[in-house]
Design a protein around this ligand. Structure first.
Ligand code: SF4
Ligand code: SF4
Ligand code: FES
Length: 239
């Protein structure tokens, strides 16, 4: 399969042709597969971004035939053109500057606006919690989460003996608390919704945190202080 890859280097644009070798006869590659193979073969210094490879992080977005597509999930066809997002400045090849969008929000404090005033800057604590990649590593050794399974280790039990995951588990975990704390820190959340977030944390089993040594985050978020400690403080009259 032939593709056109648009390179940008030092202000110079060059369109190169790349022949993608299918790994299986009926393969329909994603745009990211093409870029990875190009880098592994004929274009070793090709610059592009990707993270989760599962349409979660968004950093792989490029233009395919001049329309933005999420490269890790965009199936491409013979002859397609892969180029950097045309809406942002290019740093190198298919890598664009994204920080101008995030920085745009800095310093725009609430101007008395309500839930519709999106042009507000969240506190740093909120941004800290957005680092969560939903890996669920923090569920390890969480007594609140373990309540869902009684004394059974989920991996040791037959599926029929486990609670029905499709209904959502009854008891919470560090990740669910992080989501609730993030709601509380979001400047566009109403006070009623902030209060409801604390209610939800209590309902999910926040009392389990009272005597717990704390949880550990896979990417280094300070769950003990920034999530659990904060929610315990907010709910202290009820625990
Ligand atoms: S502090 Fe709370 S959320 Fe963290 S591991 Fe303990 S029980 Fe789970
Ligand atoms: S370990 Fe950290 S990054 Fe992973 S789900 Fe838990 S809070 Fe999020
Ligand atoms: S690599 Fe994360 S969305 Fe594509």
């Amino acid at each position: 399969m032939k593709f056109e890859i648009v390179l940008h280097r030092d202000g110079v644009t060059e369109n190169v042709e790349f022949n993608y070798e299918k790994r299986e006869a009926d393969e329909r590659p994603m745009a990211l597969d093409v870029l990875l193979q190009a880098q592994a073969t004929t274009l070793p210094d090709l610059a592009f971004r990707y993270g989760c490879r599962a349409r979660n992080c968004g950093v792989c977005t490029i233009d395919v035939n001049d329309k933005p597509r999420i490269a890790c999930r965009a199936r491409v066809r013979d002859g397609d053109k892969l180029s950097p997002c045309a809406t942002l400045p290019v740093l190198s090849d298919l890598v664009v500057r994204r920080d101008g969008i995030a920085r745009q929000m800095q310093g725009r404090l609430p101007s008395g606006g309500g839930a519709n005033d999106l042009n507000v800057e969240a506190p740093q604590a909120y941004h800290d919690l957005t680092a969560c990649i939903e890996c669920y590593a923090c569920l390890d050794n969480c007594p609140m989460h373990a309540r869902n399974f009684g004394d059974v280790k989920p991996t040791d039990a037959a599926a029929d003996d486990l609670p029905d995951a499709s209904q959502g588990y009854r008891w919470g975990n560090p990740f669910s608390l992080l989501k609730l704390e993030r709601i509380r820190l979001d400047p566009i959340t109403s006070q009623a919704d902030k209060d409801a977030a604390v209610d939800n944390a209590v309902e999910l089993g926040l009392d389990a945190c009272v005597d717990c040594p704390g949880c550990k985050c896979g990417v280094g978020i300070d769950l003990k202080r920034q999530v659990v400690g904060s929610l315990l403080e907010a709910a202290k009259d009820r625990l």
